[in-house]
Ligand binder design. Structure first.
Ligand SMILES: [Zn+2]
Length: 282
């Protein structure tokens, strides 16, 4: 925003008597719908025993005292925070009253003041912000004394608008690098995870295959040695039937008390071989 000038030659000290700008002090005019230009005009026409460097309203910023000179806005006596007329810049915000008769600073005026303060902090990076209230205890700007949050919000808006300091830049770079490292780590972990999953899948397949093979051999062994045929009937293979029939007839094979022979494959085969050799024909 443009800074208009309407410099007073009356209400100010020339220079700062060796002091440097350490503070930027915020006030309100306690006017009712007054304007920045109107205030500049007022302070330029006669001795007023008061002044400020800047006046801000909803649409404009007007400068009344040069920054090298001292305005009369917060006093010369030893103050609460060390701020005085010689080491500070004074900004007056134009004000208005609501329907209940309470002073307020409009959002547009606050926004313009934020912009002005950001500009001034660019010129005086070491200057601190304060209210007139913080210097002398005067209720100025009144709405920001009765509602401290408005003052906190204002300072935050200024802070957000300031360019980063070298230290802040370094901090942000550090955070960015950390985030990048973490991202890389996450990527590596995800790769490793995929690898492990692959290994697990292979392991799972081979163990299933192994299990199936073992189960098949158990089945084979069972088939060989477990009794499968109890009686000479339709279930018995024809190659063993004549031999078994003969042995039962001769009384060599009797089975259990129910006549169940419980013949396994191996045993039945052995009997058939012996029978073919004539072992049971004597
Ligand atoms: Zn004030």
């Amino acid at each position: 925003m443009k800074i208009n000038k309407y410099i007073t030659e009356t209400n100010r000290w020339k220079g700062r008597y060796g002091a440097s700008v350490k503070w930027i002090t915020i006030h309100y005019t306690a006017g009712i719908g007054d304007t920045a230009y109107g205030n500049c005009q007022y302070f330029s026409t006669a001795y007023r025993a008061a002044s400020a460097h800047f006046f801000v309203d909803e649409t404009s910023i007007w400068q009344s005292v040069e920054l090298e000179d001292s305005a009369w806005h917060c006093g010369d006596a030893p103050s609460r925070n060390g701020c005085n007329n010689l080491n500070s810049i004074g900004i007056e915000m134009c004000s208005d009253k609501d329907s209940k008769g309470n002073y307020y600073i409009s959002e547009e005026t606050v926004a313009n003041t934020v912009e002005l303060v950001i500009y001034l902090l660019g010129r005086y990076p070491d200057a601190q912000l304060c209210r007139h209230y913080d210097v002398t205890g005067k209720k100025c700007p009144m709405p920001w004394v009765y509602n401290e949050q408005l003052w906190i919000d204002f300072k935050e808006r200024v802070q957000e608008g300031l360019p980063m300091t070298a230290a802040e830049k370094k901090w942000v770079e550090g955070i960015e690098k950390k985030a990048k490292d973490l991202e890389k780590k996450a990527e590596d972990l995800s790769k490793k995870n995929a690898e492990l999953e692959g290994q697990l899948a292979a392991l799972g397949k081979s163990s299933t295959e192994n299990l199936e093979a073992v189960q098949a051999s158990i089945k084979g062994i069972k088939n060989e040695v477990m009794p499968r045929w109890g009686f000479v009937d339709g279930n018995m293979p024809s190659w063993m039937k004549p031999t078994i029939k003969k042995l039962v007839a001769k009384g060599y094979l009797k089975g259990d008390k129910n006549g169940n022979l419980q013949l396994s494959y191996q045993f039945a085969r052995a009997l058939v071989v012996l029978d073919r050799a004539g072992s049971f024909d004597k």
